[in-house]
Ligand binder design. Sequence first.
Ligand code: GDP
Ligand code: IMO
Ligand code: MG
Length: 418
Amino acid sequence: MNRAELIVGLQWGDEGKGKIVDHMAQTNDFVCRFAGGHNAGHTIVVSGRSYALHLIPSGVLNPNAKNIVGNGVVLSPADFIKEMAQFENLEGRLFISDKAHLLLPYHAQIDQAKEKLKGDKAIGTTGKGIGPAYSDKIARVGHRVGELLDPAKLAGKVVAYFEQNAQVFEVLGIVAPKYEELVTELEGYRKALAPFITDTTLLVWKAIDDGAKILLEGAQGTMLDIDHGTYPYVTSSTTVSAGACSGLGLAPKDLGKVTGIAKAYCTRVGNGPFPSEDLSSEGEILRKNGHEFGTTTGRPRRCGWFDAVAMKHAVRINGADQVALMKLDVLDGFEKVKVCVAYEVDGKEIDYVPYDLEDAKPVYKEFPGWEQTKGIRSFEELPETAREYITALEGMISTKIGIISTSPDRDDTIVRRG
Ligand code: GDP
Ligand code: IMO
Ligand code: MG
């Protein structure tokens, strides 16, 4: 039976999913996004040229792969259109689900206004409107991409929504859009996007039935999942592999191999617990060597050490068959490399993720470092201590590290056999 392969983030996002999806897309017929919105920033580097993708699936650089934006995604038409402009000949190889929810400019305004009101309790969102768009979807007051096909009707509904929530918008300082202007704006979106809007569920079913090779591209990471992450410091979608079913219209039995993506260390953008965060000069070195600044917002990413406890949690939730270990080269030159092997909570050592990760202190094990792995393309050529580090991680997370990445470039990727 034909099954779709999955790529998911195992940490707090930005693990390097884009690079691996692009690498695998070279041998896949379809690449499908199933969750998130333009809060995602997936970077792909091919022959020195860098592409930042937010909503368009990372298969777009393979001219033979078809790309699907599934119903589980929240789609900002304005941002999508901007992103499309980087590429040519998208018709026939890019498809948007008519059931995906629209993220309209007022969602971003609500997101930013609410974050401001929260003060020091802010989540540190990307400010793109993700939470408000998903909230509207769940509250059954959202609008779907299919509605773009009738701009006048959709504009009427949006104006009515503003009228119903006039007091809330007043408190947030958000001005209602004018009907005529809204029609013009939505008409622009319709013109640009109508050729791409379709029932993508039928498309993926057919692809599965035809035996096509399908890759499902996760966004964000497991620790940002609405249920399994560090709530409330999470995003508003199901980022884990289970979300691929509802976000595309697939059944669990349609899913095959799961590859979890993890950095050889750890980063987080925005607020919330991060037990293995390193606030010393070593964390600074990780940020500098790893260029750890957000692809979407440019914010500096918080940096720290590989967290084997959170990783075990993530591997289990996603059913990861293998892990792709990214950015090994960023650890080059460290005399010692640390791994968080347990947490200390209330004076006790635990080996699982507790209810509130805020209370967890890291227990570290140190490993000898190495000089250089950058650009190495075979496991055997890696320095011995780097190989020992990888083998030790495999033991701690009881999962094979089948892929190792040693630079941003597509080709600097070690795929281990067996
Ligand atoms: P994503 O959101 O999971 O797709 O990851 P991002 O693209 O936001 O962040 C990962 C960053 O690391 C990007 O700038 C990549 O180009 C870069 N990157 C990916 N793999 C490697 C690697 O093995 N080494 C180095 N040095 N950079 C990498
Ligand atoms: P990719 O796909 C890293 C974080 C934000 C914030 C929290 C909620 O590139 O890995 P949101 O705007 O979603 O309401 O913000 O989630 N966040 C990400 N962090 N990578 C991402 O995506 C992220 N998408 C959201 O920084 O802490
Ligand atoms: Mg990213």
